[in-house]
Structure formats: C-alpha cells, structure tokens
Design a protein around this ligand. Structure first.
Ligand code: S3P
Length: 432
C-alpha cells in the first residue's frame, strides 16, 4: 500500500505510542521459561511481537490474550515441546536470535525460517558462539542464514566478547547460558540495551552485571525462574518519529506519554538535545524496573548539525533513519559514522536513507558506515521506497510533513511490524 504524507501546519497534543517492542518480545520469551504464570500489561500487538507469541505457542506454551494483557504459562527452563512444523519467524530478528538461544539447550529438533528480508540477515553472529557452547546447529551458508535447524544438546558455558554490541546476540548467549554447565560471560565494548539482564534479575536468575571499562554480564546454570508481572512502557523507538515531527514542524508542541528512557535506549533524545532541540523529560518515574517519562517536544528552529560516532550507535540504533530526517533541517554538517550495523537491519538502512533523501531533493553523502548530511535543506518531495522496512516507511512519512509537494511512500503498510496505528496516530496530532 502506498501512502502520501504532505505538509502540515503544526503537530500538537498528547500521544501514548505503542509499547516497547524489545521488552514485549522478552516478556514472552523469558516468562515462558519461568515456573508458573506471568502477566504482561500493555503488551505490544504488532507484527513482530505477534510472531513471538505464535512461535512460543508452537513450542508448547499456553499464552492467553485479554485486551492489552497477556498471560504466559511458563513451563520451566527446559519445558518446551518439539514443534511439529517449521517455525516461521516472519520479519523478526529479535524473535529469531533470542529463540536460537532458547532452542540450543532444549532436548528436541526444530527448524526456523523467515521472510525474504530475514533470510538475508546474518545469523552467524549468534550461531557461532552457540556452537562454541556445544550447540548443534546447521543452516544455509554454513549455518549462518535461515532456514536454520537446531538439535538440542547439553551446552557448556563460554566467555564471549560481543564485538558488535548487539543486544540480540548478548541475549541469546545469556539465555543459552542459563541452560549450560558452568559459567557464561558476555562482555561488550559499548553497552547495548539491557532488558534481558534486567528482566532475568527480576525473575531471580543467577545473573550478575558489572560496569567498568567493559560491560560484563555473568550467568550461571539456572535452577528455575520465578514468574513475574510486568507492565510494558511506550517504545522510545516509536516515540522518536513523533518527537522528530514536533522538532521540525514550525509551531509544534507534543507530549509523548510514558516513554521508556532507559539510558541504553534514549540516545536519540539526548542527541536531539545536543542539536539544540527543545526536548524535556517530565514526570520521570519507575515502572516495573524501568524508568519512564512524559517527553515534551517543541518546534526547534535553531538545530545544529552534530556527530554520531560508534559509541553513540547502540542507544539509538533503530532511530538513525529518523535522525537523518531531522538532520536535513539542522544548520551545518551532521556526520554519522560507526553505524555499519544499519546495513544488516530489515533493509540496508544506509542505502535506503541515502537513496530516499536524494529522491526528495536532499544532498547527502553515503559512507561505508554512515552518511554526511549538509543542512539546512529544502525538501522538494517525491517518491520513496520503504524497502518494506517499517522504520524507513515511518521516517520518510515524517519528512513528508515538511516537504513542498508531499512524499509518497511505497509499501508504507509495513509500519505494522512495530507500529500498526502509526498513520492514525499521525492524523490525530496534525493540524492542517
Ligand atoms: C533489539 C536489538 C537491536 C535492535 C532491534 C531490537 C533487541 O538489534 O536493532 O530492533 O530487542 O534486542 P541488534 O541486537 O542487532 O543491535
């Protein structure tokens, strides 16, 4: 489905964007390994997280849905049952990589596959360390691409350096570590999102975290996990689109309610402030172990270009496409480097952003690991391709709001992967 987004007068009001995708995935995957029933309030109902629900049902877990609340009937660390068919991971990298960590330590055979995009994405970053733990894994391209098969085996602990600072990889190894003999350690050069560690600590897992020169997580063989009750806050990665809109559309003022501001996730908002944007955290509070705030964002006419470097990337990795959109409206150069991970997301996001920016009249330079945007630029408008990538579709919808002739986005319905209500929410806060 094609969508057209055109210039608006301003963005105003309040919005509670959908719940956090990363925490929602974990709230099913981890609680399904608990002994007993967990309750998850405000579970995100979107393409990717519903994939997780389907997959865990196929692995023998009873999951009840009642409005925004789900109940997961956990069956213990090794309580899953052999699926009678191939597991379909859809578009979801998080479901795939975390589930590889789950399945490696079970006592049965399973096969997983995914859509065209997911079948291109690198899985060796998870399957190789799991093989080092004695996992029995095979798949296309020497076990590095889906479809992948796993025959459960007795795992052993390892020490692993998570070079790419990928939270999905870290989480897979930690999960496998709970079913392994001995101790498993994961170290990261830059701390990636820590929801797995936090939730497992909450569930009473034998896991410790230390932060010094490197971030280190240690996990021992787990006997059991306690069921929990969690409430999922609003997703900062979804809030980022509307924050970007309010910052660049003249006269705007928008309050984004109950947004997760965990420091491993709020890099986008911190970088907006560094650019000179009017972004304020109000009513900061804790919600089931995570910090949340209402984020008040106002139009910011004096944005300046800044640098995004490798160390900045993990805490804003999914927000870089929409950050590039904001950068077109900042005075001077915005230089993004150290972001080569973007090339292996749902699409090659560096290529997608650069091509689309050029299509709507922006002068942008592509780098191997990022891009340079020289602002402030006029956005003529035109036709862009989402490459069936939800974050690209939503980022370019936001740019449409300040375009002269509107932006048409190909396959814009892919927004449902993380944010099914995106276009309705956009309608609800624009003034024409
Ligand atoms: C995620 C981690 C990030 C992120 C993805 C969700 C997670 O991926 O891009 O959308 O929930 O762990 P990487 O682990 O590949 O950096």
């Amino acid at each position: 489905m094609e969508k057209e987004v055109s210039r608006v007068k301003r963005i105003v009001g309040e919005l509670r964007v959908p719940s956090d995708k990363s925490i929602s995935h974990r709230s099913v995957i981890l609680t399904s390994m608990a002994d007993g029933i967990s309750t998850v309030k405000n579970f995100l109902k979107a393409g990717d997280t519903l994939t997780t629900v389907n997959v865990y049902r196929k692995l023998g877990i009873k999951i009840e849905e009642n409005g925004g609340v789900i109940k997961v009937h956990g069956k213990g660390l090794k309580g899953f049952t052999e699926p009678d068919d191939i597991l379909d991971m859809g578009n979801s990298g998080t479901t795939t990589r975390l589930t590889l960590g789950v399945l490696a330590g079970q006592e049965f055979f399973s096969v997983m596959t995914g859509d065209e995009s997911l079948r291109r994405r690198p899985m060796g970053r998870v399957t190789q360390p799991l093989k080092n733990m004695n996992a029995d894994i095979d798949g296309r391209n020497d076990g590095t691409l889906l479809p992948i098969s796993v025959r459960g085996s007795q795992l052993k602990g390892i020490s692993f350096f998570n070079q790419k600072a990928s939270a999905q990889v870290k989480s897979a190894i930690i999960i496998a570590g709970m079913n392994a003999e001995g101790e498993t350690t994961v170290e990261e050069p830059f701390k990636s999102r820590d929801h797995t560690e936090k939730m497992l600590q909450f569930m009473g897992a034998p896991i410790t975290v230390s932060e010094g020169d490197v971030y280190r997580v240690t996990v021992k063989t787990a006997e059991k996990l306690n069921p929990i009750d969690v409430e999922v806050p609003a997703d900062p990665s979804s809030a980022a689109f509307f924050a970007a809109a309010a910052v660049i559309v003249p006269g705007s003022s928008l309050i984004l309610k109950e947004v997760l501001i965990n420091p491993t996730r709020d890099g986008f908002f911190r970088k907006l402030k560094e650019m000179g944007a009017d972004v304020k955290y109000e009513n900061v509070r804790e919600k089931t172990g995570e910090m949340v705030a209402d984020i008040h964002v106002r139009y910011s006419p004096d944005l300046r270009g800044i640098k995004i470097e490798k160390k900045d990337v993990p805490s804003m990795v999914d927000e870089i496409p929409v950050f590039a959109v904001v950068a077109t409206q900042a005075e001077g150069e915005t230089v993004i480097t150290g972001a080569s991970e973007l090339r292996v997301k749902e699409s090659d996001r560096i290529k997608a952003v650069v091509k689309n920016l050029r299509n709507v009249g922006v002068d942008v330079e592509e780098l191997e690991d990022g891009m340079i945007i020289r602002g402030k630029q006029r956005i003529k408008g035109g036709y862009v391709d989402s490459y069936k990538d939800h974050r690209i579709a939503m980022a370019f919808s936001i740019l449409g709001l300040v375009s002269e002739s509107g932006i048409k986005i190909k396959d814009a319905d892919c927004a449902y992967i993380s944010y099914p209500e995106f276009f309705e929410h956009l309608q609800s806060v624009v003034e024409r």
